[in-house]
Design a protein around this ligand. Structure first.
Ligand code: CA
Length: 229
């Protein structure tokens, strides 16, 4: 069965271009021309990938993305943000909202198709991965959740990615730049305080287990390989 891409965009020429190229690459395509319709279609159709424009009538792409990532039925659907803006601040916003990739307009349709394919491959690889168990932590990548002592942690997409990566690389210090690159996908270290903010929230959510997240002063963070007595 063909994988489905939901395009949420109001500009007809962009929609036509995307539909043509995605169809040619073997994808089924579904279209929504406003933010609200996009959100409704995402929930009803559960597409494999969502291509989401930032500038939309009724509800902006940012708000749609945030709503998708807060809803457990749509959180796992990868989102590619499409936008005319290419300022670093917009890029940060896109990733902080949980967008999985970001394509500035004007874009080449061929590149966009390649990005869609790359996202799906990445997702399939991570879903194949077995669960990771470290002491009372259980990372279930397929279910997109981390359980601590049997209790499901209430994490945002970014927190999930961050904690998963730290657990996978436990015992090894990760610099803020590495985390920005691997978790947020930034090409350059834009603002490393973003990492600190997220680490603080993550610690709050880990409660008594927060000490597993160690700060290596002046270096970065690591998930300790062993439990301290
Ligand atoms: Ca638009």
């Amino acid at each position: 069965m063909a994988e489905t891409v939901l395009i949420v965009e109001d500009e007809q020429d962009v929609v036509d271009l995307l539909r043509y190229n995605l169809n040619r690459a073997g994808f089924s395509v579904s279209i929504a021309e406003t933010g609200l319709k996009g959100l409704a279609k995402a929930r009803a159709e559960r597409p494999d990938v969502i291509v989401l424009d930032l500038m939309l009538p009724e509800m902006t792409g940012e708000k749609v993305c945030k709503a998708l990532k807060e809803d457990s039925s749509t959180v796992a659907i990868p989102v590619i943000m499409l936008t005319a803006k290419d300022q670093p601040s917009d890029r940060i916003t896109g990733f902080e909202l949980g967008a999985d990739d970001y394509v500035p307009k004007p874009f080449s349709p061929r590149e966009l198709v390649l990005r869609v394919q790359a996202l799906l491959r990445r997702l399939q690889t991570s879903q194949r991965a077995e669960t990771i168990e470290v002491d009372s932590f259980v990372v279930d990548k397929g279910a997109f959740e981390i359980r601590l002592g049997g209790r499901r942690l209430d994490l945002t997409t970014t927190e999930f990615k961050l904690l998963t990566l730290l657990i996978e690389r436990r015992g090894r210090t990760q610099t803020r730049e590495t985390l920005l690159f691997d978790v947020w996908g930034y090409q350059n270290a834009i603002d490393t305080r973003t990492v600190d903010t997220h680490m603080r929230r993550l610690r709050e959510k880990l409660g008594g287990h927060a000490t597993r997240l160690e700060t290596a002063r002046g270096e970065g963070y690591r998930f300790s390989a062993t439990t301290r007595p």
